[in-house]
Design a protein around this ligand. Structure first.
Ligand code: ADP
Ligand code: MG
Length: 272
């Protein structure tokens, strides 16, 4: 099914020297500063950072919802700045699935009808719509809840509907801004597991913003934003997340005290 979608490991989404500056009454806000980033098919990339670090700004730029002040975004081989409004909209519809923190479901529609919305927009024919909606709901484990409206579903189930709606168009890229921000930690872990599984089985390039250290453990790769800058992800050390394999191997050594030490420890060749 994903044959037309290129190869696993291909760079599907790229930011090159991307900056975004907002003019504000108190002075310019540099929400993203010279960000370089590549996202590959089949990988779940987590963008981590404190509130205000620039995660939403970066995700909006990557998804073509906002334009960089400088630098460029290349999605599926297209420089977004070079597209007309109509072509950008078409490219976004064809290649992107977006998952929202607040789910973004339409209250009067059933789970199945919500998932169907993007297929109606793309004028997919009715028989195919039914088939794809059923498949997407099955993938997120909600077949039995297809007829229920959002207010008849739990938060975790609502976000699963949101995810089904995002994947029903078979996107190459999934963008999720704090998708578990409104869920309790156990439900959040389940939703993150689902995102990781879909990313891997479908060969999607997924970018997920979160500041929850527990969720970072599901990532294939982590980048850290700090005041709009990508900083080296000294990751597991700072976050207090479970030790990665690399760290476990060096467990006899004294724990690193600074990020520079942590980096040096990681970069040292393994000694036995
Ligand atoms: N439209 C805007 N106008 C002015 N400042 C903004 C705007 N959007 C975001 N910012 C500022 O940019 C910085 C990064 O915000 P944001 O990307 O929302 O961070 P995060 O998602 O990591 O919490 C913050 O200082 C925020 O106040
Ligand atoms: Mg945000």
């Amino acid at each position: 099914m994903n044959a037309a979608h290129g190869e696993r490991g291909d760079v599907v989404l790229r930011a090159e020297g991307v900056s975004r500056t907002f003019a504000a009454p108190g002075g310019d806000v540099h929400a993203c500063v010279d960000v370089d980033l590549e996202v590959r098919a089949g990988e779940l990339l987590v963008v981590r950072g404190a509130s205000g670090a620039g995660k939403t700004t970066l995700l909006n730029l990557l998804g073509g919802l906002d334009e960089p002040t400088s630098g460029r975004i290349v999605l599926d081989g297209h420089d977004l700045a070079e597209l007309s409004e109509a072509d950008l909209a078409a490219l976004r519809h064809r290649t992107l699935g977006i998952v929202f923190q607040s789910f973004g479901l339409i209250p009067v529609l059933s789970a199945a009808e919500n998932v169907e919305v993007p297929l109606r927009i793309s004028r997919t024919d009715a028989a195919q719509r039914d088939e794809r909606v059923a498949a997407a709901l099955a993938e997120v484990g909600l077949t039995a809840h297809a007829a229920q409206r959002p207010d008849e579903l739990s938060g975790g189930q609502q976000q699963r509907v949101g995810i089904a709606r995002a994947i029903v168009t078979e996107p190459r890229v999934l963008i999720a801004d704090e998708p578990t921000g409104q869920l309790d930690s156990r439900t959040a872990a389940g939703v993150m597991d689902l995102l990781a599984e879909l990313t891997h089985t479908r060969g999607i390039a997924a970018v997920v913003a979160t500041h929850d250290p527990l969720l970072v453990a599901r990532a294939d790769r982590v980048v850290e934003l700090h005041d709009g800058h990508i900083v080296p992800a000294s990751a597991d050390v700072d976050a207090g997340a479970p030790a990665s394999g690399a760290q476990a191997a060096g467990a006899q050594a004294a724990p690193p005290r600074t990020r520079a030490e942590a980096r040096a420890a990681r970069d040292r060749p393994a000694s036995g």
